[in-house]
Every structure is written in structure tokens, then in C-alpha cells.
Design a binder for this molecule. Structure first.
Ligand code: ADP
Ligand code: GLC
Length: 474
């Protein structure tokens, strides 16, 4: 099959969170199954762009409302990522340092989607499926079906839409209707949700199949989907939960270049201790205490706002028996509090406010526990990386966390689970982690060994997506 993934992120070219990891890995695994796999993302000004060789494959022009824009499509020459990588360049709009966060993000991703459809409509053949990810690509299923400029060539191409996060929907006011290339005007309802143009809602209606990244999250969307609950209920017949995998070549403690000491299951004890020593040295923490870390976007979905209070409470209530390290960026308020706490709890707590791929790897390797108190977690990759590195996940039972982690209080359980995203539940779980670490070495060692045997590679899920695409063939 010929599969085209369209996304705003793709690791290692451009990544903000798990979307980047998924779009950097799933296509590779699909290509290994013998398919022709292409990934198309915007051309941002990232390091990857300057460090690699590109060839120009197409140039074209289209309109964004009254404004004509020129675009070009470039392809990475060596296929080094294991699939064909294409970047769409739109001068002045996409070629920026950050992926998101500009006032004109609506225009940027609208132009990207239009350019993508325009380019595809010029191909001499049709791909077997267009697989779109999240709301930045959510208007593509509508455009290929109903926009006159594209539908003659593309209306029959199956579209699959994967929701990585239904919190963000790409809403825009109807004032911007003229950005969308001319379409059957009586189809406007397929763009609308609550009197706004809603790309996520449009994709759910127009894509041939809709998937999300865990079964539990699919179920949760029926009662909690940031306003789209009814739509999910209505479209449940074409919706599926397919759990994310991880790229086991990149996330492998045996070969990971970011970590000081590589290790496997057999030497997890010594390996982790060396990495922990390095990490604790760097952040002024005590190597003999259990090290609990948080890695992620400092936003409400991740319950990052609870971290300052939960960590302070845990340090007081458990008499400083555990150490904490946080890596993340996001809400300036939370960033400020975590920064401030460094002085207040020096020797017990530290934080790195920012984004660091290398530090994240060192933390998965050097920590004893990884905390994820998420309010919403469609899948979550951090807990899967933690498992691979022998780090025990402490998770709130929600979404993908609930589907991948069991509690050590249950038979064969290998993690720590709690029910509420609350300071109380987090603090209580920290107590359980300390007890496990200090008083139940046999159980803790068994858990650490067991989690490293769990297989969360993409093999199975990549196959499930292929089966889904196959079901769309006429
Ligand atoms: P989400 O996509 O909602 O942010 P996931 O758990 O799916 O959550 O994936 C998060 C990914 O982003 C992981 O690869 C994690 O290591 C990475 N990550 C998040 N924040 C940071 C950060 N500040 N520095 C480095 N990596 C980060
Ligand atoms: C989203 C979700 C996260 C998921 C990731 C990749 O950003 O918040 O749970 O793992 O996408 O699918």
C-alpha cells in the first residue's frame, strides 16, 4: 500500500510531545512491513532541516482567501528516517523556529493543508490512504471530498483521522470561512460545531475512519471531549482505539547514546545506579533516596498545576524520604513555582524548566519512579518509556495510563495507580513508592525486572492500522 501521513510534528524533525514521537515511529514500522510510507509536515526552521540534504519535488501556488501563496515541497534525499519525508515550505508562514504558538497559527496550518491537497491533486496516481493526525490536519478529509479544486482527483482516496488529543480542536470563527477553497456550499454543516469552524469535529465527520490512541480514551470521549461528546457518540460506528507503541530502537537503555551507562535487564541495578548518580550529582539530590521524576508539558491535562503542592506536601508528610526532579515547560505560573521551590527544597527537589531531549532520556534511565497524575491522557508515551528503562510508573488511572499500567497491589501488578488527580492521591502514592523502595526490595526488584520485559513496540499497532486501511479498499 501507499500510505501518506500528514501531521504538524515528526520526530526527530520537529517534536513538541507524543504526536512527534508517534509520527516519527509508526511510519517506520509500517515501511518495515513492506509498504510505501510517506510523511508530510510543514517546513519549520529546525536543526534537522539544516543538517540534511533535500531535493525539490514540487512547486505550486494556491490561495488563502484573497492572498495567493507560493509553496514548494522538498524531500529528504537519503531516506534516513526509514520512510519518505516531505516538507512543505510556505515562505514567511511555516518557516519559523517554533512549531506552534504564533498569532497566525490558523492561517499557517490552513495554508499547509491547502498546499498539501493541491500538491496531492497534481500527482499522476492516487495513494491508498491519507492518514491525518490531530486538528492541524483536520480539514483535509473535508477538502479532498468537497473542495472543487481537489475533489475530482482526490474524493475517492480514503482518509483516516487519528485523534491524539481532543482538547485542542483548532476552532476558528466563521469570519474565516473564505480561507477554505470553494466547496459545495450546502456542506457547510460538516465544518461547523457550535457556530464555529471546528477542524477536529469536521475530521470526525468527514474521515472514512477515526481512531484514537487507546481504548479507554475512546470510551472517555463519549462523556468528556471538550464539547464534542455527542459527536463521538454519533460517530462511534467508525471509531477505533489503537494503542500507541514506542520506537524501541530509539528508546533502548542498551544503546541509548544520551545516557551515561547503557544497561539491560540483567544489569538494571548497576546500570540505573550509575545513571542516577550522575543525575543526582547534576541536580544536587541524594542517590540513596528514591528518585521520583515528572517529564512533560506543564499544562492542566497533565495536572502539572498540582505538582508544586503535591511535591511540597510529600516532602513534609514523608519527612524528605524521597527526592523529586521535574523537567517541563508550559504554564508560566507553574514554571515560576517550580523554579522558586528549587531554593526552598534544595537537596530534596530540583527542576529544569525547558525542553531537553537528552535530559529526558537521562531521567528515564536514572529515576526510580515516574509520576504521571494526568487529568486527561489519551495514551501517554512517558510511562511506556519508563517501563523500558526499568522505572516504575506512578499513574492516575485514566485513558492510556489505565490501559498500560497495573497496580502492584493487584496480582502481578507492576506499577502504582491512583484514582484522583489530586494532591492527596499523589502524596499517598509517594508514600507507597517510598515503602516499596525501602521495605519491599524483593517486590520492587521483581517489578523493575518485569517491566523491562513488556513489549510495547509498534509491531502490533502498526499492523492494526494496516488492517484498518485494508478495510477501506474498494
Ligand atoms: P503529550 O504528547 O501529551 O505531551 P506523551 O506522553 O504522549 O504526552 O509524550 C510526551 C513526549 O514528549 C515524550 O517523548 C516526552 O519524553 C517528551 N517531553 C515532554 N516534555 C518534555 C521536555 N520538557 N523535555 C524533553 N522531552 C519532553
Ligand atoms: C497526545 C496525548 C498523549 C499521546 C500523544 C501521542 O499529545 O496527550 O497522551 O500519547 O498524543 O498519541
Amino acid at each position: 500500500m501507499e500510505i501518506i501521513h500528514v501531521s504538524a510534528e515528526c520526530y526527530p524533525v520537529a517534536k513538541v510531545g507524543g504526536l512527534g514521537d508517534v509520527v516519527g515511529a509508526l511510519p517506520k514500522y509500517q515501511a518495515e512491513l513492506g509498504h510505501v510510507v510517506k510523511v508530510v509536515i510543514p517546513m519549520y526552521r529546525t536543526r534537522f532541516l539544516y543538517e540534511n540534504q533535500w531535493e525539490l519535488v514540487h512547486e505550486g501556488g494556491q490561495n488563502l482567501g484573497p492572498h495567493w501563496f507560493h509553496y514548494s515541497v522538498i524531500k529528504e534525499k537519503t531516506n534516513k528516517l526509514g520512510f519518505d519525508l516531505y516538507l512543505i515550505d510556505i515562505n514567511g508562514l511555516l518557516d519559523r523556529e517554533k512549531i506552534y504558538g504564533y498569532d497566525d497559527d490558523t492561517e499557517r496550518f490552513m495554508a499547509f493543508q491547502i498546499a498539501f491537497c493541491d500538491w496531492l491533486s497534481k500527482w499522476s496516481h492516487r495513494p491508498d490512504v491519507i492518514h491525518c493526525h490531530d486538528h492541524h490536519t483536520g480539514l483535509i478529509p473535508f477538502m479532498v471530498k468537497y473542495c472543487y479544486a481537489f475533489n475530482q482527483q482526490l474524493a475517492e482516496v480514503p482518509t483516516v483521522f487519528t485523534i491524539h488529543n481532543a482538547q485542542y480542536q483548532g476552532w476558528m470563527s466563521w469570519d474565516k470561512y473564505y480561507y477554505i477553497p470553494a466547496y459545495d456550499s450546502w456542506k457547510w454543516g460538516l465544518l461547523d460545531w457550535n457556530h464555529m469552524i471546528n477542524p477536529l469535529a469536521s475530521a470526525i465527520r468527514c474521515a472514512w475512519k477515526v481512531t484514537t490512541v487507546s481504548n479507554s480514551y475512546l470510551g472517555e470521549l463519549h462523556y468528556s471531549a471538550n464539547g464534542l461528546e455527542k459527536l463521538f457518540e454519533y460517530e462511534k460506528g467508525k471509531s477505533y482505539g489503537i494503542l500507541n507503541g514506542i520506537d524501541t530502537k530509539i528508546w533502548n537503555p542498551q544503546t541509548d547514546n544520551y545516557i551515561l551507562k547503557n544497561y539491560d535487564r540483567g544489569m538494571v541495578e548497576q546500570g540505573k545506579r550509575k545513571n542516577k548518580k550522575e543525575l543526582c550529582g547534576q541536580f544536587d539530590l541524594d542517590i540513596d533516596k528514591p528518585l521520583i521524576v515528572f517529564i512533560g508539558r506543564l499544562v492542566g491535562e497533565k495536572a502539572a498545576d498540582l505538582l508544586p503542592e503535591a511535591i511540597s506536601q510529600s516532602i513534609y508528610q514523608h519527612h524528605g524520604k524521597a527526592n523529586f526532579l521535574v523537567l517541563g515547560s508550559g504554564d508560566p505560573n507553574v514554571e515560576h513555582q517550580l523554579d522558586h521551590m528549587k531554593k526552598q527544597f534544595g537537596g530534596y527537589f530540583n527542576s529544569y524548566i525547558g525542553y531537553s531531549e537528552s535530559l529526558s532520556h537521562q531521567m528515564y534511565a536514572g529515576a526510580d519512579f515516574l509520576l504521571m497524575p494526568s487529568r486527561v491522557e489519551p495514551c501517554g508515551l512517558n510511562q511506556l518509556y519508563a517501563l523500558r528503562y526499568g522505572t516504575v510508573p506512578m499513574v492516575r488511572s485514566v485513558g492510556g495510563l489505565q490501559d498500560t499500567i497495573t497496580d502492584f497491589g493487584d496480582p502481578n501488578g507492576f506499577g502504582i495507580r491512583f484514582n484522583q488527580p489530586s494532591v492527596g492521591d499523589i502524596t499517598y502514592s509517594v508514600g507507597r513508592a517510598i515503602d516499596l523502595y525501602q521495605n519491599k526490595p524483593e517486590q520492587y526488584n521483581w517489578m523493575r525486572d518485569h517491566i523491562m520485559t513488556l513489549d510495547h513496540s509498534w509491531d502490533k499497532s502498526a499492523m492494526q492500522y494496516i488492517q484498518l486501511y485494508e478495510s477501506l479498499k474498494k
